[in-house]
Each structure stands twice: as C-alpha cells, then as structure tokens.
Design a protein around this ligand. Sequence first.
Ligand SMILES: CC(C)(COP(=O)(O)OP(=O)(O)OC[C@H]1O[C@@H](n2cnc3c(N)ncnc32)[C@H](O)[C@@H]1OP(=O)(O)O)[C@@H](O)C(=O)NCCC(=O)NCCS
Length: 189
Amino acid sequence: MTSIYDIPSPFFGEKIKLRAVEMSDLSDIMKHWNSYETRVSLGKYVPSSSKEREDWIKKVNEQASKGESFTFAIVHKESEEFLGTVALKRINMINRGASLSVSIHNPENQNKGYGTDATRCILKIGFNIFNLHRIELHVYEFTANAVHVYEKLGFKKVGVRREASYIIGKYRNDLVMDILEEEFDEIYG
Ligand SMILES: CC(C)(COP(=O)(O)OP(=O)(O)OC[C@H]1O[C@@H](n2cnc3c(N)ncnc32)[C@H](O)[C@@H]1OP(=O)(O)O)[C@@H](O)C(=O)NCCC(=O)NCCS
C-alpha cells in the first residue's frame, strides 16, 4: 500500500514552493508590487500603499479561515526568496468551481519558469486537495506570456470579453479561460 509520505506534496514545484502569506511578507511585497508592468497586467491602475497591502494580507488570511479563497506566497525552493502569490478565489462548493490568479512581482523574476511552476501547483491543490470540478481565470489578451502559460498547462480559451477593460488609453479584450477536472486528470494523471 502507498504511504502518504510517498505522495509528492502539491505545495512543492520544481523551482518553487507555496506557503501561507504572512504579515512579515509585507516588506517583500512592497519591493516590487508597484512595478508598473506587474501592476498594469493585474488591472491595478494606481500604486498601493503599504497600509493597503497590509489590509490585503489580513483579508486573504480571513478568507482562508472561512474557506472562501486561498492565497499562497510563492517562494524560491532553495533561497526562500519571496517571488509573488497564487490564489484560488471565490471557491464555490456547490458548483465545485474557483477562480485562479497568479503574479510574479519582480519583472526581473518573470519568464524564469516560476509562474508556470506555481500555477501547476495550484491546479494540483485545486483538483486533488479541494476536489474542484472547474477552475477559471480572466486574463488580458495583451499579456501574451500569461496566456501562453495557461494554455501550456491545459487551460482552454472559452470566451472573449470584447473591449471590457480600459487600460492605458485603449479598450482591450479580456479572455476567459478554464480547465475541467477530467482535462486535468488526462494531463496530470
Ligand atoms: C504571467 C506570469 C504569472 C507568468 O509567470 P512567469 O514566471 O513570468 O512565466 P514562465 O517563465 O513560467 O513562462 C513564461 C512563458 O511565456 C513565454 N513567453 C514569454 N514572452 C512571450 C510572448 N510575448 N508571447 C508568448 N509567449 C511568451 C515564455 O517563453 C514561457 O514559455 P515556455 O516556458 O513555453 O518557453 C508572470 O509573468 C506575471 O506575474 N506577470 C505579471 C502579472 C500577470 O500578468 N499575471 C497574470 C494575470 S492573469
């Protein structure tokens, strides 16, 4: 019989691991959260104060206590450097659905494989721990690297919210993407 200790933890990826977000992460969050590229890609139009981010940490921990949403810190597996966050939000236990979001805060840490790794982990957490049936996300069409990551991991484009977002002088499309439990099982076994 397989022991639980033989089952790899979904909280560990190849390069990163996921853990709870702590108030002590605030200074790391403030280092890069307001980076223009990251913020705009996440629809945060204006920079956040440290008070606003402190309230956010409190809020995500309250939501986790209630089982509504789970937000995890993404940290480097060896150095434990804080890289960003990944979340399953709006968990609905009737539909067994949730919304996913992910961000690697420092633009210099983007395109190094961390986002793919963290998103793969949160999919395993969603389907294998929370027993979800469907995970969806919304992504700006112009964030081509993000769309590529999600497609690579098995998400399908299921809709376009045409010109739904006014960002830096122009109306832009949002994509709705999702992945179903059976599709996850087919890819990840
Ligand atoms: C989107 C995000 C989470 C992706 O994480 P990441 O660590 O940067 O991405 P990875 O390094 O894992 O993968 C990037 C992939 O995009 C590809 N890529 C890079 N630029 C690209 C472009 N212009 N068009 C298409 N693909 C591109 C890379 O080649 C890589 O794919 P590969 O592994 O198949 O070669 C991260 O960049 C981020 O946080 N961006 C800012 C916030 C954001 O956009 N969040 C998503 C909101 S829905």
